[in-house]
Design a protein around this ligand. Structure first.
Ligand SMILES: NC(=O)c1ccc[n+]([C@@H]2O[C@H](COP(=O)([O-])OP(=O)(O)OC[C@H]3O[C@@H](n4cnc5c(N)ncnc54)[C@H](OP(=O)(O)O)[C@@H]3O)[C@@H](O)[C@H]2O)c1
Length: 258
């Protein structure tokens, strides 16, 4: 059975950059996202430069049955998922009470439910085999509550908390588990979430390739539970550890004013 890295949200942004890096490192890939055309473009681009097998799976992770579809696919193809990269995610901007409920549920479904189900099924296999790794893309948003982005910040807090616990549970099994926590990154994410007006989108924005290189390198070469790309972001998180929560809330309220 051939070993693969399954990457969700591989059609753009950080997931696209991570896909290129895993292929460059010699890993076969399963690319997952909704946009089939974009996924095939990524496959084509990566295939030219790397001698790896690339499978493409167009799936909407906001649908409850999505993870079962992924499992069916993997079983039919007789594939071993050696690395799982839970990167797919979406955000939203606006007050909780005024925001679209469907979008909020989709955020929970994609950012939390699909990530948890995929982690559950593939981690069990990894433990049985005694090898593998899980890279979960969280955010610096995981470290605080987010006025005007309440559900998004809460989903990322869940991702970070789950990942840290799984890291501790699985060091004895030889499974790498890591949370990548970027600050603002220059991808389509901001626009899709309606964050354009926020100050967050204006200052300290990183390139997705830079974020992916840091995430990939730390994932492959170290055994860290949390990776925060960028000096300013690291500083920000250190400050958050010291400052009182009510002050952090006030700062984020100001930053996320819109
Ligand atoms: N950009 C930032 O400022 C930032 C900062 C911190 C953390 N992050 C996190 O980084 C991760 C990647 O985001 P990005 O910045 O690279 O944004 P992006 O370019 O918008 O990428 C998001 C990816 O998730 C996929 N996706 C979204 N909804 C999906 C669904 N229902 N089913 C399947 N796939 C879905 C998208 O593919 P399709 O549209 O083709 O489905 C896309 O490939 C997210 O988890 C995000 O929360 C981003």
């Amino acid at each position: 059975m051939d070993k693969y890295t399954l990457i969700t949200g591989a059609s753009s942004g950080i997931g696209y950059e991570l896909s290129k890096l895993f292929a460059l490192g010699g890993s076969n890939l399963i690319l997952v996202a909704r946009n089939n055309e974009a996924l095939y473009k990524v496959k084509e681009e990566i295939s030219i430069l790397n001698d790896v097998d690339i499978e493409v799976l167009s799936i909407d992770l906001s649908k409850e049955e999505s993870v079962e579809c992924i499992l069916d696919f993997v079983e039919k193809k007789n594939i071993v998922v050696n690395n799982l990269v839970n990167n797919a995610g979406l955000g939203d901007f606006g007050e909780f009470a005024k925001s679209d409920y469907k979008r909020q549920l989709d955020m929970i479904q994609v950012n939390i439910m699909a990530l948890t189900k995929l982690t559950k099924v593939f981690l069990e296999d990894m433990i049985q085999r005694g090898s593998g790794g899980i890279l979960n893309v969280a955010s610096t948003a995981a470290f605080a509550s987010g006025t005007n982005m309440s559900v998004y910040y809460a989903t990322k807090a869940y991702v970070l908390s789950l990942t840290e616990a799984l890291y501790e549970e699985n060091t004895k099994n030889g499974i790498r588990v890591m949370a990548l926590c970027p600050g603002a990154v220059d991808t389509g994410f901001q626009q899709k979430a309606g964050i354009k007006k926020s100050k967050l989108a204006k200052g300290n924005i990183m390139d997705p390739n830079e974020v992916a290189v840091i995430g990939y390198t730390k994932f492959i070469k170290t055994n860290k539970a949390i990776v925060i790309p960028g000096f300013k972001n690291k500083l920000l998180i250190q400050a958050m550890r010291i400052l009182p929560r009510n002050l952090i809330r006030k700062i984020i309220k100001k930053v996320n004013k819109g």
